[in-house]
Design a protein around this ligand. Structure first.
Ligand code: ADP
Ligand code: ADP
Length: 218
């Protein structure tokens, strides 16, 4: 579970995130929908402690990220798949993460298999397509077998097969009882991927609604 309480972020005169209060519940896919610049990435970064709120708070499973023991076992995030070191293999990326967080090596093989990167992970990340980088980012997010999974625009740049694959993966994660928060600027995509929607614009919450209820209203 993720809980936001009046979460706010200002950059100088810009209010990137403006008093967001909501709960992301386990067992369903929640779409975080809004146009580019709405504040989705900034919100996600604050949830996982990569950015400090100007005011307000975000908690994961009842604690601020910084207070979680074994954070990767609570929450896994893919925030920017382009941050791969070109010269290192996909496997090496996951291995470094596993070492730091004391995650057994057998889990690397498991997540690579889950994202269909078992073979490609031996090659250097510099040669990966965007889709492969996204898959590796998702593998990293799932490495700690976290209850909460956060993915920032995972569908961006994927071919139709990749889009379908992500949709199925997210459903499976939710069916296992995990909390799944996935951002997108595409209403059409979120309408079929998510069961619940948090819609934001200019840093503010515009709607917190089930997809079916929303479709009934329009
Ligand atoms: P989204 O993910 O919805 O596209 P972002 O969270 O990336 O939106 O950005 C929200 C707003 O905050 C935008 O106006 C963006 O320009 C601004 N912003 C994001 N990061 C920074 C930063 N590091 N410094 C200054 N402004 C930023
Ligand atoms: P446990 O909660 O005891 O790990 P699970 O049924 O959740 O039991 O998982 C069984 C095994 O499969 C574990 O090693 C777990 O890490 C892995 N696993 C299950 N679901 C996923 C998933 N969606 N992504 C990655 N690994 C998973």
């Amino acid at each position: 579970m993720i809980e936001l309480d009046a979460l706010t972020k200002r950059y100088g005169g810009t209010v990137a995130v403006d008093g967001l209060t909501f709960t992301v519940k386990p067992g369903r896919v929640t779409g975080f929908l809004g146009p580019n610049g709405a504040g989705k990435s900034t919100t996600m970064r604050m949830i996982v402690g990569l950015d400090r709120p100007t005011s307000g708070a975000a908690t994961v499973n009842g604690r601020p990220y910084a207070a979680l023991r074994s954070p990767l076992r609570h929450v896994g995030a893919m925030l920017d798949a382009s941050q791969l070191h070109k010269g290192r293999s996909g496997y090496a990326h996951l291995h470094a993460l596993a070492e730091t967080h004391r995650i057994p090596r057998s889990r690397i093989t498991e997540v690579l298999d889950l994202v269909g990167m078992s073979t490609a992970a031996r090659r250097r990340a510099g040669g990966y397509s965007l889709g492969m980088s996204q898959r590796l980012g998702i593998a990293a997010a799932l490495l700690g077998d976290p209850e909460v999974v956060i993915l920032d625009e995972p569908v961006n740049g994927l071919d139709p097969d990749g889009v379908l694959w992500i949709r199925t993966l997210l459903r499976d994660l939710a069916d296992e009882g995990r909390t799944v928060l996935v951002s997108s600027h595409l209403m059409s995509e979120m309408a079929v991927t998510a069961e619940h929607l948090l819609i934001i614009g200019r840093g503010r919450l515009l709607a917190d609604t089930g997809v079916d209820e929303l479709i009934d209203r329009v």
